[in-house]
Design a protein around this ligand. Structure first.
Ligand code: SF4
Ligand code: SF4
Length: 127
């Protein structure tokens, strides 16, 4: 059984920031790359996930309800910027961008116990 993952009840970072990546990460260059029809040209050799350049960003590949239940429709093909975005405390350190995204969506930042106590209600709203 997979370890408990608080991202599955969050999704905030997929609806806060522009998600850009080098075009060669797309399926224009590699068969299992990011589906290019879900991205748009950003500048030079860079693409961005559709929906993330909006004033109210939300990645086109994000399914579900933020703060309740979400998943990435292209999880196995997501870009390196997504793969490298570590949730706070997953590896014992804070990711200030994770915390910031959660606060924007009214969710309290993760704390270390979110990874060790699956019964904890980590999606509680920020005060
Ligand atoms: S904001 Fe943090 S907890 Fe939420 S989905 Fe992104 S990495 Fe996971
Ligand atoms: S591709 Fe997936 S992980 Fe990356 S921002 Fe979009 S929904 Fe989130």
């Amino acid at each position: 059984m997979d370890a408990y993952n608080p991202c599955l009840t969050c999704g905030a970072c997929c609806a806060c920031f522009r998600v850009s990546f080098y075009w060669a990460e797309s399926d224009l260059a590699i068969p299992d790359g990011v589906p290019h029809h879900l991205a748009e040209h950003l500048q030079s050799h860079y693409l961005a996930m559709k929906g993330t350049g909006s004033r109210t960003p939300r990645c086109i590949a994000l399914l579900g309800t933020i703060g309740e239940g979400v998943h990435c429709a292209i999880y196995l093909k997501r870009a390196s910027v997504c793969r490298n975005f570590a949730p706070s405390w997953e590896n014992g350190t804070v990711n200030e961008w994770c915390d910031k995204a959660r606060l924007i969506w009214g969710l309290q930042p993760l704390d270390p116990t979110c990874w060790t106590n699956p019964g904890k209600k980590e999606i509680r709203r920020a005060a």
